[in-house]
Write a protein that binds this ligand. Structure first.
Ligand code: FEO
Ligand code: CA
Ligand code: CA
Length: 733
């Protein structure tokens, strides 16, 4: 999702990712003396190398560290001519590659739903592709299409998130012009609600092309209306009891499904990001419960709102619409929806191979603006570990560690296996020290920093998990430049996290204002006369767990890569990007399992879009600590009384045409987000989200920001594309 405040994002009034709700006084890093432990003395080695994989997951085998890709392996990948930056209304890929459009907004998922007319009249989104395709995963199935066979590259289930919608293209008339948010027709709300959520579709390869099997029993939509069960420590908690579920064990819908995650047992994790904006909420003064108000302030802000799209304000009164209003109306929480927002902001597990199963919200992963949840290297007999970003300015990076050790005999267990590993574990938040070390701080009643916190009085673990951000404030976690996707390098175990940008960095106040070694840049960026300040182009941080033990409570870190435009000065373009690989606002990040060491990097940008549409790059990252200590001079930093401020940090190997190349540029006004691959690596699936999102006049087709993918005068549509190499080879080679 884009940044409403700084990117003029008219279609997504719920652009909560840009609005800092972190008013804690945590300094991102304390003033620490220049003396630092040489990171080269810190522990290295002992990591299990990955020998096998499936499902896009890292599975461990033997036990010696494979430090870097060999030059020959590196040369075998990235052997394509980089795509030039451009503003064309097409998907551009390198010579020798082909693009197929597979699954567009509104495409029917069964044989009895009509083709999408794409004129705003279509209904039945319970049986059509939702909008704003985002994170996704491919799950191989057997030749007959009856069950799981994760190694099959020619038939499989594609699970995909539909994060949001471009509202102007959903209806026959522009809702913003015709209707007030305070009075929405229920038929329009119903369409919008069901255009959100998740798709499960079966796809098959014939010759070189994939198609959707519309007769598959596995095809389904899970929407913002579907029943979802609440699992884990928050199940039955007072804070999630509602009129719909007076015992607090279920809710309706999954919402703002952004990035994704995977489990070793072949289920899909979908992550709820910008849900907070959707709820109608009262003026802060009418809430009498101090803790409820603190929760609302920390996640939604204190201002009153009708919610992003006015879903609570149907002209037809019904519980289906009332449920979007968190105002206390009854005598207690079981008579209204004051707690309903507490049932969103979770990681949700879906079993694509069990179409009648009810998805489960995995509350042990905490509640936040969940971007994604990707696992560390999976080792038999060790805990399962997940890395997660909370995407909002100044928010934090988290890790979940299961209590039980992974047992390979659970490989086919479905959601009940999820209960074992995902409902019981420890949640940690990251603190990055200036000396290149870091700590994972436990968020539980066992941590005195949590229980002694004076700004929020936690009752129990469930309270901590519903109010994860407050707990992270309590332990002095490090406020980051909007943490987005995470990924774990299959060869090294290093953890990579995109920090997309942060225009609060360097400001005079606010949680993420102070520059620190892990968020070290403040500068000025101009775009068509508009000036933006802070960390405008974002960076990627890299972590290595101490002793390469993914359940460790300490880590070391460096900055893998900085976004910048190629012609920026050396205090901005620190990674020495060139025209072949410069980028802004990194977001999607995915390590191929078919081509170990190959990382895909996607952008959701609004700052370099005067020069180029959003893009995807192919990278061959080295490893933690492969670069050098670097001093960055930030000019005229407001929080430093407009003086220059030097920050010393640790920067990975500079970019070059052998380790970073632009592979794809998308159509106009889109974001590139979501990627998966077939197990043989010969096809990748990429989502093009919200082309033409800035369109303001529905009646003037010439004014549309994009006509992709159908061209002509058509309304633009988010869509999944398939990319293959014409010679049948590995994508990215
Ligand atoms: Fe949905 Fe933070 O991107
Ligand atoms: Ca984003
Ligand atoms: Ca994203």
């Amino acid at each position: 999702m884009k940044d409403i405040l700084t990117k003029n994002h008219p279609m997504s009034p719920n652009g909560q990712d840009s609005i800092s709700k972190n008013s804690s006084n945590n300094l991102s890093l304390e003033e620490i003396t220049e003396t630092r432990v040489s990171r080269r003395t810190l522990i290295k080695g002992g990591l299990a190398v990955v020998a096998g994989s499936f499902l896009g997951m890292n599975l461990a085998a033997c036990s010696s560290r494979n430090k870097t890709l060999s030059p020959s392996a590196a040369n075998a990948l990235l052997d394509f001519n980089p795509v030039s930056k451009n503003l064309n209304d097409i998907v551009t890929v390198p010579d020798g590659y082909s693009v197929q459009v597979l699954y567009r907004l509104g495409d029917p998922i069964n044989s009895f739903t009509s083709e999408y007319s794409n004129d705003g009249s279509d209904t039945d989104f319970n049986y059509r592709a939702g909008d704003h395709h985002d994170g996704m995963a491919y799950f191989g199935m057997n030749k007959e299409g009856t069950s799981k066979d994760l190694k099959n590259s020619s038939r499989g289930l594609l699970c995909m998130n539909h994060e949001n919608m471009t509202q102007i293209f959903m209806h026959t008339e522009d809702q913003r012009a015709v209707y007030d948010k305070s009075a929405r027709p229920s038929s329009e709300i119903d369409k919008e609600v069901s255009a959100h959520g998740v798709s499960v579709i079966e796809i098959q390869k014939r010759n070189t092309e994939f198609s959707i099997n519309k007769n598959s029993v596995f095809n389904k939509r899970i929407t913002a209306q579907t029943q979802i069960n609440i699992n884990g420590p928050v199940k039955n908690h007072k804070l999630v009891k509602t009129k719909y579920s007076t015992t607090g064990d279920k809710t309706r819908g999954t919402l703002n499904n952004c990035a994704n995650g995977l489990t070793p047992w072949g289920t899909y994790l979908t992550c709820e990001e910008n849900w907070a904006g959707y709820f109608k909420r009262p003026e802060s003064s009418i809430l009498t419960d101090i803790k409820a108000q603190a929760t609302q302030n920390r996640y939604m802000g204190s201002n009153a709102s009708d919610g992003s799209y006015g879903w609570a304000n149907s002209t037809t009164r019904d519980d289906l619409y009332d449920r979007w209003d968190i105002s206390p109306k009854g005598t207690n929480e079981t008579e209204d929806y004051r707690n309903v927002a507490n049932t969103f902001g979770w990681v949700v597990e879906i079993d694509p191979f069990n179409p009648t199963s009810i998805p489960r919200k995995r509350t042990a992963f905490g509640r936040m603006g969940h971007e994604g949840a990707m696992p560390g290297i999976v080792k038999n007999g060790e805990p399962l570990v997940y890395y997660m970003g909370d995407d909002s300015k100044g928010e934090y990076i988290y890790k979940y560690v299961s209590t039980l050790n992974w047992d390979e005999s659970d490989l086919n267990g479905g959601l009940d296996v999820g209960n074992k590993y995902l409902d019981d574990g420890k949640l940690y938040v990251a603190k990055f020290n200036d000396d290149g070390s870091g700590e994972w701080l436990e968020l539980s009643m066992n941590n005195p920093d949590v229980t002694n916190y004076t700004s929020y009085n936690f009752d129990d673990l469930g309270d901590i998990l519903v109010n994860t951000r407050h707990a992270a404030d309590a332990v002095n976690a490090t406020s980051m430049d909007r943490p987005e996707w995470t990924g774990v390098h299959p060869n090294t175990g290093d953890i990579y996290i995109t920090l997309t940008n942060n225009t609060n960095r360097g400001k005079t106040s606010g949680a993420s204002s102070k520059l620190d070694a892990s968020n070290p840049r403040y500068y000025t960026d101009d775009k068509n006369g508009k000036t933006s300040k802070g960390n405008v182009n974002g960076h990627l941080i890299r972590m290595q767990e101490v002793a390469n033990n993914s359940s460790a409570t300490a880590f070391n870190w460096d900055i893998y890569l900085f976004g910048a435009q190629a012609d920026a000065n050396g205090n901005i373009n620190i990674s020495k990007l060139t025209d072949d690989n410069d980028f802004s606002s990194p977001d999607g990040l995915f390590f191929s399992q078919a081509s170990k060491g190959l990382m895909w990097l996607q952008t959701d940008d609004g700052y370099y879009t005067d020069v180029t549409n959003c893009m995807m790059l192919a990278a061959l990252p080295g490893e933690y600590n492969d670069g050098k200590t670097t001093k960055i001079t930030n000019k005229s930093v407001p929080s430093n009384s407009n003086a220059d401020e030097d920050i010393t940090t640790y920067v990975g190997t500079e970019a070059s045409n052998t380790n970073l190349k632009r592979f794809l540029v998308g159509p106009k006004e889109c974001e590139i987000t979501g990627i998966t691959e077939t197990p043989d690596g010969k096809a990748i699936f990429v989502n093009i989200q919200h082309p033409g999102e800035k369109t303001k006049d529905l009646s003037d087709t010439n004014s549309y920001g994009s006509h992709w993918p159908d061209a002509g005068d058509s309304r633009p549509r988010s869509a999944t594309i398939v990319i293959t190499k014409n010679d049948g080879g590995i994508v990215g080679s």
